[in-house]
Design a protein around this ligand. Structure first.
Ligand code: 7TS
Length: 409
């Protein structure tokens, strides 16, 4: 593993113009990275460059601008392919993000399932990895089973193995929980599912910014990512799918660019990846996603992970020094997410006081209501750190939480 001395946070912060701004008269402390990350100027420049120099529709024009835009868009696909080590570029489907990617797969499985089939979901999913599968079950008569979790916020793997059978057709689970930060043992989950012939979708939305995922090494069937959590823009992401699965799934949306030939009698579909990319895509977003991947790789995901782990350990210690503060998600295997509450104080009230101090955290159920039901709480305060955050910012948050506690109790 690389050592953290190669991450110069003062230099890195200069890449993020937004980190200079004031909020409510205080310097911004941005700890809502799990919701969306901030954007470095290298990515902002890629967006400005696109609209200033070669904005055009892709895959269709003979003219120079269209060719330039097409080349840049397809280069971004190649960068993403290399980053996640997909075997082929056409296994990377551009989508609007993780939610779109999951819906694309869930919709495709409608034609592959029948009544009595079983799907397995983990107890710690974001709603976007629950609701599309419930809708699929309603359409097909398949049943949804749930891998339970422990008080520490870890999946109970023995229970998972008991749920698997020859009825299991698919398993879906996040790589990292957005509400708890738990890193799930996805390699084991994938292997066990494959042993009963089930396909696996891993929601990588929270993992991709912090962990280097290798889809071939994981042998995962589908992996989903949102660019905006990886220093890229909103409204773009990818679905990785193994070629054989992408051939089996029918197209999700019909329209331009996804066809081979259209007549009123019959339409044939384009090859991968275009079969799943109907209509004009988020061209600039895809190119900027490529720039974001370049930016993160220039620092190094391992370097990022080691530094963020330092922040996690430091913040955990500091927060736990506050009497009555409880952290939800205490696995040893975590990314830099801390969900907490202080006794009976409502998380929203703590979040509002922190905001007055310029500190951005998320409060609420984090689109993971089953986790809140498990702990019997309405929600948590969630602080999530990225590699441009500092220990001084953590100190400011801890002081803010102490102040909130004194005011609210
Ligand atoms: N899956 C996980 C694990 C997530 O954390 C999120 C977004 C999604 C899926 C959906 O991603 P989208 O880009 O399609 O919206 N999570 C959060 C969050 O924790 N706070 O705001 C959004």
């Amino acid at each position: 593993m690389s050592n953290t001395s190669s991450l110069d946070v003062a230099v890195i912060r200069k890449d993020f113009p937004i980190l200079d701004r004031m909020v409510n008269g205080k310097p911004l402390v941005y700890f809502d990275n799990a919701a969306t990350s901030q954007t470095p100027k290298q990515v902002i420049d890629a967006i400005v460059d696109y609209y200033s120099s070669y904005n055009a529709n892709i895959h269709r024009g003979v003219h120079t601008l269209s060719q330039e835009a097409t080349d840049k868009y397809e280069q971004a696909r190649l960068k993403i392919q290399r980053h996640f080590n997909a075997a082929k570029p056409h296994e990377i489907i551009f989508t609007s993000g993780t939610t779109h990617s999951i819906n694309l797969v869930a919709n495709g499985f409608s034609s592959l399932l029948q009544k009595g089939d079983e799907l397995i979901v983990s107890a710690m999913e974001h709603h976007s990895n629950i609701v599309p599968w419930q809708m699929l079950c309603e359409r097909t008569g398949a049943m949804l089973k749930v891998i339970p979790m422990s008080e520490k916020g870890e999946l109970i793997m023995d229970e998972y193995r008991k749920l698997l059978s020859d009825k299991t057709k698919m398993v879906f689970c996040n790589h990292v929980s957005n509400a708890l930060g738990t890193v799930n043992p996805i390699k084991e989950i994938i292997e066990a599912a494959h042993n009963v012939g089930a396909a696996v979708l891993i929601d990588g939305a929270q993992a991709a910014p912090h962990i280097q995922a290798d889809v071939q090494e994981l042998d995962v069937d589908f992996y989903t990512v949102s660019a905006h959590k990886m220093c890229g823009p909103t409204g773009v992401g990818i679905l990785y799918g193994k070629e054989e699965w992408l051939h089996k799934l029918p197209p999700y949306q019909g329209g331009g660019e996804m066809i081979a030939e259209v007549t009123f009698e019959k339409t044939t579909y384009a090859d991968l990846p275009h079969k799943f990319e109907a209509g004009t895509p988020n061209i600039c977003g895809g190119i900027a996603f490529g720039a974001a991947i370049d930016y993160m790789n220039a620092i190094g995901i391992d370097v990022i992970a080691a530094y963020e782990n330092e922040l996690l350990v430091y913040a955990t210690e500091q927060l736990l020094s506050i009497e009555g503060l409880r952290i939800y998600g205490t696995s040893e295997n975590k990314t830099s997410v801390i969900s907490f509450n202080i006794e009976s104080i409502h998380p929203y009230d703590i979040g509002s006081i922190l905001d007055k101090l310029g500190i951005a955290v998320r409060t609420g159920h984090h689109c993971a209501q089953p986790i809140m039901d498990f702990y019997k709480i309405p929600g948590t305060v969630r602080a999530s750190f990225n590699f441009y955050n500092t220990k001084e910012e953590i100190d400011a948050m801890v002081e803010g939480v102490k102040r909130a506690k004194a005011m609210l109790q």
